[in-house]
Design a protein around this ligand. Structure first.
Ligand SMILES: O=C(O)C1=C[C@@H](OP(=O)(O)O)[C@@H](O)[C@H](O)C1
Ligand SMILES: C=C(OP(=O)(O)O)C(=O)O
Length: 431
């Protein structure tokens, strides 16, 4: 347990921050580097707990991964060189590790068992287990294979045509990864564009992949070629400082080298629609991903409706968007976001509990929330629900509160942003 009490802050935030590497891209870089042939160097890798789970999985299967701070050197020897792990694999708090690895473990020719922390143990896995079973996977576990722990006996897989019933990049990626190992072609069609880092990176690693609108086709059994990857800054981490810069009076912040893949920039569209003062500079492509510097300054915000196809483009940013909405004039309605109920915690209930304790006018709906602004925030005792994004939202909320805010446990921040407090303290104007 790591409790903090944060004092009221009455200065501005100014300066530059380079947030750590993108979590989604870091996981994928380890995965593709580990199953490719040759040496891949990954720079600006996210040194967070979740991505370490993915490294641990491949080290347990015999891959040599050298890590010096945020640089990885992965000696891939192809899928055939992987060996059966002797111990169950621990995936901690990481949904992405679990779902993406399931796609591969289903097709590796050996036995694995996987487990996680109490949050991960309760998250639904049938969304990936079901399509993988259609491909021939043998996966058993608690609640008929919907919950960890799971046991996977690798099988020969066959390609399928799969229409995603939910809007999830993790599910899409799991089926694509299984498709890499499967006999024949796998076709995955999604309802709405979700993050496409798997597809981008597979193209770079030389996979036989074709994209056509919302359909991705992968032909299995083709060797991947080792490739160096530079991971851009994580926009989901930058989002906390974009919100802080927009909300704390007199602030101007530059978020350097931030990933701006259009499947992830819903937060920027929302900030613009809320009337925030935001601009993007120095846009360029690095390792197949759009990157740029985002400059945000404080301004008067207005409420809005957030629903439909934008939701997957900002799904992890909804807790911090809710905080923005408490400080915006008028009503903000967030709909179509029931997925939040099965993240690290039920993020709809968690956000509503935290922000109402601090004096916001916010109510939960089945698939989102309604927030009426603008309300002055007061102090109080809040819980992080052991969820990194709720913990960081609580810290940013404390910058606006008139009294001290105590958060019961902030240790989960290490899941995605270990240097969060260092970066925050660097941009706080001294009192
Ligand atoms: O593919 C990924 O890297 C992720 C996809 C999203 O999950 P879903 O696919 O469950 O929506 C997101 O919430 C998660 O943080 C990372
Ligand atoms: C939902 C998240 O991650 P995961 O699903 O990988 O646990 C997140 O980072 O907000």
């Amino acid at each position: 347990m790591s409790q903090v009490t944060l004092q009221p802050f009455d200065k501005a935030l100014t300066g530059e921050i380079e947030v750590p590497g993108d979590k989604s891209i870091s996981h994928r870089a380890v995965i593709f580097g580990s199953i490719a042939n040759g040496t891949s160097k990954i720079t600006n890798f996210l040194d967070g707990e979740d991505c370490m789970r993915t490294i641990h999985a491949f080290r347990s299967m015999g891959v040599s991964i050298d890590k010096k701070d945020s640089t990885l050197t992965i000696q891939g020897k192809g899928v055939k060189a992987l060996i059966e792990p002797t111990e169950p694999l621990f995936f901690g708090n990481s949904g992405t590790t679990t779902r993406l690895m399931l796609g591969l473990l289903a097709g590796f020719p050996f036995f694995t068992s996987i487990y996680g922390d109490s949050s991960l143990t309760n998250r639904p896995m049938d969304r990936v287990v079901n399509p993988l079973k259609e491909m021939g996977a043998s996966i058993n576990g608690r609640k008929d294979g919907n919950n960890l722990p799971l046991a996977i006996r690798g099988k020969k897989l066959s390609g399928i045509e799969y229409r995603l019933p939910i809007k999830s990049a993790q599910v899409k990626s799991a089926v694509i990864l299984a498709g890499l190992l499967a006999e024949g072609e796998t076709n995955v069609t999604e309802q709405t564009q979700t993050r496409d880092h798997t597809e981008n990176m597979l193209e770079a690693f030389g996979a036989d992949i074709v994209r056509n609108g919302l359909t991705t086709t992968i032909t299995g059994k083709k060797d991947l070629v080792a490739t160096d990857v530079h991971v851009p800054g994580d926009i989901s981490s930058a989002a906390f400082f974009l919100a802080a810069g927009a909300l704390v009076s007199g602030s101007v912040l530059t978020l350097k080298n931030t990933g701006l893949n259009p499947t992830r920039t819903g937060i920027i569209d929302v900030l613009k629609a809320m009337n925030a003062s935001i601009k993007i500079e120095n846009e360029r492509f690095i390792s197949g991903e759009l990157v740029g510097d985002v400059v945000i300054a404080s301004s008067n915000l207005k409420g809005l409706v957030i629903e439909g196809d934008i939701i997957p483009r900002l799904i992890d940013e909804i807790p911090i968007i809710a905080l923005l909405a408490t400080q915006a004039e008028g009503k903000t309605i967030i709909r179509d976001a029931a997925e939040l109920r099965v993240k690290e915690t039920d993020r709809i209930n968690a956000v509503v509990a935290v922000l109402s304790t601090l004096g916001a006018n916010i109510e939960a709906t089945e698939d989102g929330m309604i927030i009426k602004g603008k309300t002055a925030l007061k102090g109080g005792e809040i819980s992080s629900y052991n969820d990194h994004r709720i913990a960081m939202m609580g810290v940013i909320a404390s910058l606006l509160a008139s009294e001290e805010v105590t958060i019961d446990d902030i240790s989960s921040i290490a899941v995605s942003y270990p240097s969060f407090f260092t970066d925050l303290n660097n941009v706080k104007e001294p009192s």
